[in-house]
Design a protein. Structure first.
Length: 276
């Protein structure tokens, strides 16, 4: 994991979580040596990760929590997962956006990362059901001030309204009605899981319905998902793979998975360019 003496606490916990997921478990004494921090610091980090629901503490260390198909982690818990992969994906996905277009961004931590790459694209109309995504554009406008020029007018943001989920997405009949009346050039869609059999899926039934409307309203569907989402199946499927135009993912995706996906839709591996 490298020299982590000067890492911020959030970055350190992200490294711990990556190590837990990669190895299937870690011991406290191993982490203290690798991260060069105290036993107390590691235990405190594990306590926080356990409260977020992403690890389970065991005697002397921690193991990953296996997500049930109906379990939906909160935004903060998901935001510490695969940080570098999400940033790579966001940078690659931003290349699909042209000035003056109408785009939609669903909820999720990867679309949130993408939003931060789009605040300077001029004349965008952004439809989203994500409170966090909307906040990115509103914060950019506020930071620019009354004379902010291009950034101040970069995007018109339409927030759908609806009932808020643990991942800070707005779902339900209000969101669905708003989306049904609109049309987007490109939809950027975050997902809980993606597989050949189940297609795109989520553990939240209401979010599945809202995502169905998003897919139906888009001329082009781009899924942004890191490699850990491949093979994961949530409680409710909302789109088949043949309804997706492109998957933007990271270099951690295995060769066999790339072959399976490449036979069905466009594949962009961040940092490697398009395949298929």
């Amino acid at each position: 994991m490298g020299d982590s003496r000067n890492l911020l606490a959030e970055q350190r916990r992200a490294l711990i979580l990556d190590e837990v997921r990669r190895r299937g478990g870690v011991r406290v004494n191993e982490l203290t040596r690798t991260l060069r921090v105290s036993d107390m610091t590691v235990r405190r980090d594990l306590d926080i990760l356990a409260r977020q629901g992403v690890v389970a503490k065991v005697h002397g260390g921690a193991v990953p929590v296996a997500d049930a198909s109906s379990h939906e982690p909160g935004f903060e818990a998901k935001s510490v997962l695969e940080l570098s992969a999400k940033e790579d994906i966001a940078r690659a996905a931003a290349e699909f956006v042209v000035a003056g277009s109408a785009i939609a961004l669903s909820g999720g931590t990867t679309t949130y990362a993408l939003a931060q790459h789009l605040v300077d694209v001029p004349d965008l109309t952004v439809v989203t059901n994500s409170v966090r995504v909307a906040d990115v554009f509103h914060a950019a406008r506020a930071a620019a001030g009354p004379l902010g020029g291009t950034r101040a007018g970069a995007a018109t943001v339409v927030l759908t309204g609806g009932v808020r989920t643990p991942s800070d997405s707005l779902v339900g009949p209000v969101a669905d009605q708003a989306i049904r009346s609109l049309h987007f050039d490109v939809l950027f869609l975050g997902v809980h899981g993606i597989s050949v059999e189940a297609g795109l899926s989520t553990p939240n039934l209401a979010e599945a319905e809202t995502n169905r409307h998003f897919v139906q309203a888009a001329r082009r569907v781009v899924v942004v998902a890191d490699h850990t989402k491949w093979g994961t199946v949530g409680l409710s499927s909302f789109a088949a793979l043949d309804q997706v135009d492109t998957l933007v993912t990271d270099a951690g995706l295995s060769g066999p998975a790339r072959d399976e996906i490449g036979e069905r839709l466009g594949l962009v591996v961040a940092g490697e360019g398009p395949e298929g």
